[in-house]
Write a protein that binds this ligand. Structure first.
Ligand code: IVH
Length: 705
């Protein structure tokens, strides 16, 4: 029975409060107190009430995090109090100088400092009026930033509402300062997912965070696993009980519900500074976020006034960075590497330089857009960065002074080669895409090597013992020139020709190749390496079409719709798009790949029986979903870490009960099974109103325990 509007309003308010509290426990304190399913039920109830009564939606409702309509541009925001930067101490002597100056100015013997990690993300300012998040802005030039409120709202660790605590009343207006960053686990997950889909992967966590925060479409930001940590207060009004020490400021922030780093300590004197720095240096590698040094701030706020600022850098604070993970060297030349999809990646060949514990002589330049943006030219002095386990990259050219500028301008601009550096094939850059590709397919040795590494990999044909090096040797020796030749040409005598190949290993490789002939349709499709077809899409294609012939026929029938202007875009690829989660981009790639004559020849040869001179790859017809299972007809997406089971096992469980598992959340998804650290998929599911289950609820639904 629908409640009265009044009762709904009261219930909505109660739900908002409870959800905010659980969000705080989950995202800020990392101490959830109710099961996910219970949380989901609260959330859904609120969504339902708000759907019935849109007038009840408030700006700080948790349902408003998911991202609204895209903006045309960000509005400028003038900071009420400038967002300053930090002076740097480059070595111990400079750090001592800093402490000495503070002591001398304040006339004290020993100083208490707040010691904090220097988070490597983006500084933002959050304005809370009467406790409600009103506006969020980037730092910009320190005076004026950009209004990124909609994006900041999507970050779960940013409370939409602050709560006064005992002895911690809320000021009517307060600007909270802090850092938005991307945890390393989220960065890696994003990178892997992007790579497996053949999409552009983020370059490093900082760039990824910056890019995510500057999306005009906040639903994109919502899918990124961004985090936030508060470290200061900017302007405030009417704060009668303003504390006297920074440590108390942080305590207030924490009490109000804001996440504050647990690594913050109050330390004393120079020994305290050095000791803290050393401990953070050692802890750094075990943290799930990048820190590039530590920040020391005078704890006594009155003393800060006394010290003041010079050129926008307060004299009361100082950043002490870890030994440079950046170094300068000379860019000798730029070469292009060719990947498995033919993508050309510009690679910097550098004069060897020691950075962050290793000598680096090659670094990535990512793609031609990056090269153009950085305008690095061979001969330039460049900054090279090595961040954690991320591959070294060229950050920028160092051009100091008019003479250096002139020299830089005289150097040749890096140009995309017209021909593939490996095979000489034509290079093409499709409009709207960042990557340029060699168009020679498997006739290009680099693409062949990449394609074969993928083909034999564990989740594809799973040929153990046939590694990168051996494949390179086989290609070099002219034994292997296509996936089919692995089955047709690689035998004991062929392997015996290769250097460093013992009889025993050769026999193992031959039997692994033989075993791989019996496979699954989905694995086979994945192994083929069609762009945009990852493991899940391959499995969906296999299940939907059932047979290779059916898939090839659908591709053939759909391909002509690709460029047919008489057909509306949404009506193109009608057959392929019946496959769950296959949208226009994926369909276009599938149609193109499976109608390409060379690809079709290879595919035919792979599945032709051995007796007829083929490779003999075969599979049993994919299991039809159990029609009478408890989960029949329902589609599931699994995300996050489930308790005690892998995602693969959970997927098998769902399928055994008749359900269908897919890789991405769409309006066709019935349930999201979410475990710990669920990120973008959870956000999307919430946005689409998909029912969210935890592992326990799923098992209960399937009639298990
Ligand atoms: S305090 C005047 N605390 O460092 C003090 N900044 O160079 C202003 N940062 O833009 C900032 N961790 O992005 C402060 N614990 C921390 C910080 C921190 C990282 C960044 C921040 C700022 C830059 C200053």
């Amino acid at each position: 029975m629908p409640r009265s509007a009044d009762a709904d309003a009261r219930r909505a308010q109660q739900l908002r409060r409870r959800i905010a509290e659980h969000d705080h426990r989950y995202y800020v304190l990392d101490q959830p107190s109710i099961p996910d399913a219970e949380y989901d039920a609260l959330y859904r109830e609120l969504v339902e009430i708000e759907a019935r009564h849109p007038e009840l939606i408030t700006a700080d409702s948790p349902t408003q995090r998911v991202g609204g309509a895209p903006l045309a541009e960000f509005a400028p925001v003038r900071h009420r109090q400038p967002m300053q930067s930090l002076r740097k101490a480059n070595d111990e002597a400079e750090l001592r100088d800093f402490d000495r100056r503070v002591r001398e100015t304040l006339g004290r013997d020993e100083i208490a400092y707040s010691a904090e990690p220097k988070l490597d993300g983006l500084a933002v300012s959050l304005t809370y009026r009467d406790g409600v998040l009103e506006q969020g802005a980037t730092r910009g030039d320190g005076e004026t930033g950009e209004d990124v409120t909609a994006n900041l709202r999507t970050i779960r660790r940013i409370p939409l509402h602050l709560h006064a605590g005992k002895g911690h009343p809320l000021p009517p207006l307060i600007e909270v300062r802090g850092e938005v960053f991307l945890p390393l686990s989220g960065f890696r997950r994003w990178k892997e997912e992007a790579e497996s889909r053949g999409e552009r992967a983020p370059v490093n966590p900082r760039n990824a965070a910056a890019g995510s925060l500057r999306q005009l479409d906040s639903s994109i930001t919502a899918r990124r696993p961004l985090a936030f940590t508060a470290y200061a207060i900017g302007h405030h009004e009417g704060w009668t009980a303003a504390p006297k020490r920074h440590a108390q400021v942080l305590e207030h922030l924490r009490t109000w519900g804001l996440p504050v780093s647990e690594l913050v300590e109050t330390v004393r004197g120079e020994p305290g500074l050095l000791d803290y720095f050393e401990r953070m240096r050692q802890r750094r590698a075990s943290l799930d976020f990048d820190i590039d040094g530590v920040v020391f701030k005078l704890d006594d706020l009155a003393g800060r006034e006394e010290l003041g600022s010079v050129s926008r850098e307060p004299r009361w604070a100082c950043a002490y960075k870890f030994a440079a993970e950046e170094a300068e060297t000379i860019l000798e030349k730029v070469e292009f590497q060719v990947g498995r999809t033919g993508a050309l990646t510009p690679v910097a060949r550098l004069h060897p330089v020691f950075v962050g514990g290793a000598t680096v002589s090659n670094a990535t330049l990512h793609n031609m857009d990056e090269v153009a943006r950085k305008d690095v030219r061979p001969g330039d002095r460049v900054v090279v960065r090595r961040a954690g386990d991320v591959i070294p990259e060229v950050v920028r050219s160092v051009i100091e002074g008019a003479a250096a500028q002139k020299a830089h301008e005289a150097r040749e601009v890096v140009a995309l080669p017209a021909a593939c550096p490996v095979c000489g094939g034509a290079v093409e850059r499709v409009e709207g895409e960042v990557v340029a590709r060699c168009t020679n397919g498997l006739s290009c040795r680099a693409q062949l090597h990449g394609a074969l590494i993928h083909f034999v990999s564990r989740k594809a044909m799973d040929i153990e013992g046939l590694g990168d090096k051996l494949l390179a040797q086989l290609i070099e020796a002219g034994i292997v020139d296509s996936p089919a030749s692995i089955y047709l040409k690689v035998d004991a005598p062929a392997l015996a020709q290769l250097e460093r190949m013992g009889d025993k290993s050769a026999a193992n490789v031959v039997s692994a190749i033989d075993r791989s002939r019996d496979t699954e349709f989905g694995r086979f499709l994945f192994a083929l390496g069609c762009p945009q077809v990852g493991e899940t899409t391959a499995r969906d294609l296999a299940r939907h079409f059932g047979t290779l012939d059916a898939l090839l026929a659908a591709a053939e029938a759909d391909a002509p719709t690709a460029h047919d202007d008489t057909i509306k875009e949404k009506d193109r690829f009608p057959l392929l798009r019946q496959v769950p989660d296959v949208g226009p981009t994926v369909a276009a790639h599938v149609a193109g790949f499976f109608t390409e004559p060379r690809n079709r020849d290879v595919i035919r040869s792979l599945v032709k029986p051995v007796e007829e001179g083929g490779c003999g790859i075969r599979w049993k017809a994919p299991k039809a979903a159990a029609a009478d299972g408890a989960l029949s007809g329902k589609s599931f997406v699994i995300t996050g870490t489930l308790p005690g089971v892998s995602r693969e096992e959970a997927g098998a469980f769902i399928e055994a009960s008749g359900g269908r598992v897919s890789g991405s959340v769409s309006s066709k998804t019935d349930y999201l099974v979410a475990g710990e650290a669920a990120g973008s998929k959870l956000a999307k599911a919430e946005k689409l109103g998909v029912t969210i289950l935890d592992w326990k609820a799923l098992r209960a639904m399937a009639g298990g325990d």
